[in-house]
Unconditional design. Structure first.
Length: 68
């Protein structure tokens, strides 16, 4: 059974965050949403394990009720 790794795992997280922000620069809201959807599907394909993907979906939804 695979367990979702939620510990910091990106070697240079600030660089990745900047790359993510840069990828969204000058996009419309719709284009930005499409970029996010494509990125999610590419990364999900890379992970490949349905159990891990389900854990990630559950973790991402956790506590969303507190966000208004």
């Amino acid at each position: 059974m695979t367990t979702l790794n939620t510990e910091p795992n990106v070697s240079v997280p600030d660089d990745f965050y900047q790359d993510l922000i840069d990828a969204h620069r000058d996009l419309t809201e719709a284009q930005s949403a499409l970029l996010n959807a494509r990125l999610i599907l590419l990364l999900a394909n890379h992970v490949g394990d349905l159990t891990t993907l389900r854990e990630a979906l559950a973790a991402a939804r956790d506590d969303l009720g507190a966000v208004k």
